[in-house]
Design a protein around this ligand. Structure first.
Ligand SMILES: Cc1cc2nc3c(=O)[nH]c(=O)nc-3n(C[C@H](O)[C@H](O)[C@H](O)COP(=O)(O)O)c2cc1C
Length: 154
């Protein structure tokens, strides 16, 4: 599992208007991490929250020239995170970054990303014996979780 730590910087404030506010951390030289992840965000207080994490250049809004950014939509947290030092665990890869044809398609996909983040978390919490990477193969379906458990040698 990969962990990124960094201070939250101001974004374009667009996330709030889309219904998905994000804590933004600048990230460079980690193109290998581009994509959308099921993650965990830890605050300096030690409190931990599930997060749908996007790493990339927001191709829907910028045509290739934007700085890469880590954006964490912290599920269940409503306060202001600006200036805080966060620890972001990238627990499971969900999908590649995509250029969406319109903003509504992006919003619809972010809803699915949040749902998949919570399903992935539930998978590795209920499959106590499985590592996160193994549980991640089951993202999207409980039947797959059961199959993965059944296939695990004991
Ligand atoms: C879970 C999640 C998935 C995202 N996926 C994409 C994507 O596939 N393509 C894209 O262009 N932007 C994606 N974004 C980034 C959004 O475009 C970005 O959060 C939005 O433009 C707000 O930007 P701001 O925080 O700078 O205001 C994603 C963001 C989140 C939180």
């Amino acid at each position: 599992m990969t962990t990124i730590t960094g201070r939250v910087v101001p974004g374009d404030q667009r996330g709030r208007t889309l219904g998905f506010p994000t804590a933004n951390i600048s990230i460079t030289g980690r193109e290998d991490l581009d994509g959308v992840w099921a993650g965990t965000v830890r605050l300096p207080s030690g409190a931990a929250y599930p997060a749908a994490v996007s790493i990339g250049r927001r191709q829907t809004f910028y045509s290739g020239s934007a700085e890469p950014l880590l954006e964490a939509h912290v599920i269940g947290y409503t306060g202001d995170l600006y200036g805080l030092e966060l620890r972001v665990d990238l627990d499971a890869f969900l999908r590649e970054q995509l250029p969406f044809r319109n903003v509504q398609d992006l919003i619809d996909q972010m809803h699915r990303d949040v749902a998949h983040t919570l399903v992935a978390r539930e998978s590795w919490e209920t499959c106590g014996g499985l590592g996160r990477a193994d549980a991640a193969v089951s993202v999207g379906g409980r039947a797959a979780v059961a199959a993965a458990v059944a296939d695990t040698p004991r």
